[in-house]
Every structure is written in C-alpha cells, then in structure tokens.
Design a protein around this ligand. Structure first.
Ligand SMILES: Nc1ncnc2c1ncn2[C@@H]1O[C@H](COP(=O)(O)OP(=O)(O)OP(=O)(O)O)[C@@H](O)[C@H]1O
Ligand SMILES: [Mg+2]
Length: 265
C-alpha cells in the first residue's frame, strides 16, 4: 500500500489517492482510550472489512469515518479532503457521500418499507412522488426484496430488515457504503444471504465499502482486504488469503474462534 501522505499530513491528489485515509486517530471516552492511533487507507472501489472482538472500538471507528464522532486527535481524509478540519457546511457535504447501515438496523417503525427508503429521498432531493416510488423499487430490487413497499417493518424478518436498511443506505447513490455488523443476530443461512447481497451491491454499484464485523466467515466472503482492530490499533491488514496465514497468535485464536482475552479497560 503506497504511502500517499504529504508532509503536512494531507493526502496528495492524484490517481492513487485513497478514497478514505485515517491518520493517527485517537479517541478517549471517560478515561478509556478506545482508539489509540488508528492508521488505515481504503482504495476507491474496494471492499474493506475491519474485524475485532466486541468492545474493540469498531463502531466508534466507523462513526469517525462519517463524522458522527469527532476525534481527540488525528484526521479522517475523504477524497483528499480533511473531514475533521472541515466547517459544518462542508462536513455535511462530505457526509452526503456516505450511506450507512447501522448495527441496530435502525428502521423507523412508524413508517412502512416505502416510507423508510423514501425518507432520505424526500429529505435531500426534489424528486416527484413517482420518481421516488421508482427509485425505491429499484433499491428494493437490488437487495432482492421486490414488492414489499407496503409492509410494516414489524412484518419483516431480521434478514429482511437488514436488506431494507441496505436499500435505504443506497437510495441516494452514495460513493461510500458503511456497514456496521450486517450479520449480527442472524442465523448462518440468512447471514450468507446478506453477505451475498453485499457482494452483489459491490458488483452493481460504483461504491467503496467499509464493513465492520466480528464474524470471520462473513469477512472472508465479502472482503478485498481485512484489517484487525485490537486494543485501539490496527494490528494487521491483509488480503483474505494472506490474513488466514498471519502468524500473530491473537489473530490465529480469533480465526479459530477460540477465546481471546478481554480488551484492556
Ligand atoms: N458515546 C460513547 N460514550 C462513552 N463510551 C463509549 C461511547 N461509544 C462507545 N463507547 C465505548 O467505547 C468502547 C468501544 O465501543 P464500540 O461500540 O466501538 O465497540 P465495538 O467494537 O463496536 O463492539 P461490538 O462488537 O460489541 O459492537 C466500549 O467500551 C464502549 O463502551
Ligand atoms: Mg459495534
């Protein structure tokens, strides 16, 4: 991975500039250092997966990428632009490049499926009702959920809820998609279906994807590269086949699904 950082910590513009660069990111909550100098780069069009055990700081890291949490120190650079140093108006613009599927699914239960997916379109575009309905249909087709527009969210299975969440995340045609634990709480078969949908979205949409998970099976299915987050740092980044043979004993235990020690409190 080329180091494209300039002297002032800025990413040089040019064909090889990463889509996302995280530079020496630190975050402390109530005296606990959750992120302790994170560095990573995600290339345009790549499916980048961050793994780590529960409490490692995966969700906190993901929320920094989209500017929902501000770091104590360090930078998040999107397309060469420093999100962390941008004014409010500019960071909103940068945030528009993202679609996010949250860990909890986070559908609006007061709205049906159509309402959920139409929400960002109504809020951020001037599309007509017909155009919105057509776009919602298109998004649902991409996640293989045709014809469920009028279903209440309570009628959906866990896997369907995730897919409606994905459809909402892609509604505004984002350049970057973030997935927080897309498989949590799903049975292995549904989990496989969800991974398949993620792989397909990557093929059909012109997007860069960052997914966080503690499910290695899922990571191997969807990743171009896998990064391991441990104790607030990225301890390794590798392509899936190389990741399997990393010598680090912690990673080997994690891969084998063996118990690993708790994160440092
Ligand atoms: N807003 C917050 N205020 C205080 N502490 C927080 C906040 N958000 C996260 N934390 C703490 O940061 C640590 C990392 O949390 P995070 O949610 O990122 O873990 P995770 O790796 O996503 O875990 P999981 O796999 O269980 O989702 C935890 O100790 C959590 O309590
Ligand atoms: Mg989390």
């Amino acid at each position: 991975m080329a180091n494209t950082r300039g002297d002032a910590g800025r990413v040089e513009q040019g064909g090889s500039a990463p889509k996302i660069a995280v530079i020496d990111l630190w975050k402390t909550f109530a005296g606990r250092e959750v992120l302790r100098g994170i560095n990573l780069e995600v290339d345009a069009g790549e499916s980048f997966v961050i793994v780590g055990q529960s409490g490692a700081g995966k969700s906190v890291l993901l929320k920094h990428l989209i500017g929902l949490i501000a770091p104590d120190q360090g930078h998040v650079i999107i397309d060469g632009e420093d999100l962390t140093n941008s004014d409010a108006a500019r960071s909103l613009e940068i945030r528009r490049k993202f679609g996010m599927s949250f860990q909890e699914g986070a559908l609006f239960d007061s709205m049906d499926v159509l309402g959920n997916i139409a929400f960002p379109l109504m809020r951020h575009t001037r599309m007509s009702g017909d155009e919105i309905a057509a776009r919602v249909r298109q998004c649902l087709a991409l996640v293989h959920l045709e014809g469920v527009e009028r279903k209440a969210t309570s009628e959906l299975s866990g896997g369907m809820r995730r897919r409606v969440g994905f459809a909402r995340a892609i509604a505004l045609q984002p350049e970057i998609l973030l997935f927080d634990e897309p498989n949590t709480g799903l049975d292995p078969i549904t989990s496989g279906v969800i991974d398949g949908v993620i792989v397909e979205m990557r093929e059909h949409l012109d997007v860069t994807m960052v997914t966080i998970t503690h499910d290695m099976k899922s990571a191997f299915r969807i990743a171009d590269r896998i990064a391991m987050l441990r104790n607030g740092q990225i301890i390794a980044t590798a392509r899936p086949e190389a990741f399997r043979s990393l010598a680090d004993p912690y990673i080997q235990k994690f891969l084998a699904g063996e118990p690993v020690e708790e994160e440092v409190a």
